[in-house]
Design a protein around this ligand. Structure first.
Ligand SMILES: CC(C)(COP(=O)(O)OP(=O)(O)OC[C@H]1O[C@@H](n2cnc3c(N)ncnc32)[C@H](O)[C@@H]1OP(=O)(O)O)[C@@H](O)C(=O)NCCC(=O)NCCS
Length: 342
């Protein structure tokens, strides 16, 4: 019996085998914002931890532009031909159009043709949701090479006269390659939602409930509206719930977690969550100071930024919270050392 058990193959995991990011070149600093609204570098730094963020400028450039840049870099660095990609999923809340999906556009822009591609909309939890979906296809044996993109052009839906929201968000994109592995990869996932949280964080107009009119534009209803203090509380509670849930379910002690990879909403939300989980800040990825909150892109951008520090077998806990409300987490083992893919 014991011999038989030893011979049994370990289950197939969906492993991240490469990561790449793209940030538009234009930098918007806190000093720049202080010239636009009644705020200061000190207020923004103390309340959010953000010093600067990137803004995508250029006529006709949408989220797909940044997503395509990230995917091009990913394919190049992993030596993946566009024709070898079998599925592409894009997490975004700022699609180029209501339809077609941004994933369709990214495929066309990078020369990926004739495969399935679709968007996932779960606001700031979008990347965790999209990676969770990708993992199911890999585990089921349906696909062997999936690209998951998290991309958002938040500057398109931010009201730059509203000081409580415009200081938080930035633009960017990150992409990962997901492949089957018997050694490393996604071990557990947890996704959650609560539609009653809509009132605290949403974009009121532009959808089917309130189509665009001159009035909705005049009332600035096509941008993000949030009750910051409530979102803050729900975000800490939601991220703590999934992180502690995943740790409990997988018998992980805080010392077992090599890296906590939180959605970069706000430095204080990240610090409070890490403190509740008793994970020291040296093991927490933090990129918010230079990129701001890029919604679905924060987690892949953080993985890209810290890639050189990661080692095969490192245990990572990803956690996100966003509009919807949505929240979720992923426990995975990293599949490669440093900047090398395998
Ligand atoms: C937005 C946020 C930074 C505001 O911080 P806060 O401590 O909650 O501040 P409040 O909203 O209570 O506002 C406090 C005061 O600061 C003011 N204020 C808001 N934004 C300001 C800014 N950019 N600069 C200066 N003052 C500002 C408010 O007008 C208010 O003034 P008042 O007391 O005279 O009315 C904070 O609530 C937050 O980070 N929430 C989470 C947001 C988030 O992460 N969203 C994305 C989720 S994925």
């Amino acid at each position: 019996m014991a011999k038989k058990a030893k011979q049994r193959k370990s289950p197939v995991h969906a492993a991240i085998t490469g990561v790449h990011g793209y940030l538009p070149p234009d930098v918007l600093t806190n000093a720049d914002l202080a010239r636009m609204v009644d705020t200061s570098d000190q207020w923004i730094t103390e309340r959010t931890g953000i010093k600067e963020r990137r803004i995508l400028k250029g006529e006709g450039l949408g989220t797909s532009h940044m997503g395509a840049e990230a995917v091009r870099g990913l394919l190049k660095k992993t030596g993946t031909a566009p024709e070898d990609v079998e599925l592409l999923i894009c997490a975004t809340t700022t699609p180029d159009f209501v339809h077609p999906a941004t994933a369709n556009l990214i495929c066309d822009m990078v020369g990926i043709h004739g495969i399935g591609s679709f968007d996932v909309q779960a606001a700031c939890s979008g990347f965790v949701y999209a990676l969770t979906v990708a993992a199911q296809f890999i585990r089921a044996g349906a696909y062997r090479k999936i690209v998951v993109v998290g991309a958002d052009k938040m500057s398109a839906i931010v009201d730059f006269t509203d000081r409580a929201t415009c200081v938080i968000f930035g633009d960017g994109a990150g992409a990962v390659l997901v492949e089957p592995s018997r050694k490393f990869g996604i071990i557990d996932t947890m996704i959650r939602s609560d539609g009653s949280g809509m009132r605290y964080l949403h974009q009121p107009a532009g959808g089917s409930r309130m189509p665009p009119t001159a009035e909705t534009v005049a009332k600035r209803m096509h941008s993000v509206h949030q009750e910051g203090a409530s979102v803050y509380k729900f975000a800490v509670a939601g991220m703590t719930e999934v992180v502690s849930g995943l740790m409990k379910r997988n018998h992980l002690k805080n010392d077992d977690v090599d890296w906590f990879v939180p959605h970069q909403a706000n430095k204080r939300i990240i610090e409070t969550t890490a403190d509740r989980m008793d994970i020291p800040m040296q093991r927490v990825m933090m990129t918010i100071q230079k990129f701001g909150n890029t919604t679905a892109a924060t987690i892949p951008l953080s993985l890209w930024d810290y890639e050189s520090k990661l080692k095969a077998g490192n245990r990572l806990l990803l956690a996100a919270f966003g509009g919807g409300f949505t929240w979720g987490g992923i426990y995975l083992t990293w599949a490669y050392d440093g900047s090398h893919r395998r």
